[in-house]
Design a protein around this ligand. Sequence first.
Ligand code: PLP
Length: 332
Amino acid sequence: MIMTQVTLEHIRAARERIAGKIERTPTVLSQSLSEQLGAQVHLKLEHRQTTGSFKLRGASNAVASLSAEEKAHGVVAASTGNHGRALAHAAKLEGMRAAICMSRLVPENKLDEIRRLGAEVRIVGNSQDDAQQEVDRLVAQEGLVMLPPFDHPAIIAGQGTLGLEMIEQVPDAALVLVQLSGGGLASGVAAAVKGVSPRTKVIGVSMARGAAMKVSLDAGHPVLVEELPTLADSLGGGIGLDNQLTFAMCRDLLDDVILLGEDEIAAGIRHAYAQEREIVEGAGAVGIAALLAGKVKASGPVVVLLSGRNIDMNAHRTIVCGEAPSLKERAA
Ligand SMILES: *Cc1c(COP(=O)(O)O)cnc(C)c1O
């Protein structure tokens, strides 16, 4: 028995807690990818989740798990992306205060999006570290509760509800492909899938540029990795040198990790659009990209997660037209 701190029981409790607050997203068969692989390929369309990514599952579970006193104080996080959106939405649903801290480098359109969801946006300094200092200040001085994007038991359990749905929708899955960055998603999904179906393999997929978890797993401990611009921007960032949960869970539960180049990720976005008629962001497309690149072997049904759709539409248009997007567009 593998011991992990987030178990199937926690994930089932999370599902009860967030029922009615999130969508149960569909899983569909991909004709073209099934023909290419010679095995059934099912796509879990989680990019259609409210707020555009699975992050709403973890955020909703973490917010709903707070005590009445904590709820009265509100929540805070440093995030430029999908976790910030999800937390803003989840807090609003509970009628709570939410503050999202970001550096001055975050583009205006992302700020507007989070403000529209009703959160306070705090802009401080020139880096994520500066934003994190503001988080620490709000926790110390105003009593807000920090909810980090991945290394937290309620966040992992919430993301795990996605794994429960995947294995219920495709009970004979031989393999599940899941995005891997900080590892909250992969930890939760693997705990759920293997809890229900121990023989199903779970493989993490990351971009080769700045794959912090993969480098850390190879080293046997959390490692700092330089963050580089990538089409899969939602997979950027480190795992934290003081990682509490996700490093050990990914080490114990994942069967393998696949890394992808930028051209391969672009091909995944293009395939999702042209063949599957789905708009996905770079991170959302890496499972499809791994199949297209011939990096996956399967002897039975495969479930591929589409994890998010929050891509700048100008960048998306450039990619689906087959041009390499400029770094400026990638950062937008
Ligand atoms: C956050 C995110 C991921 C990675 O999740 P981790 O828990 O950090 O590994 C993958 N895809 C999308 C769209 C995300 O927003």
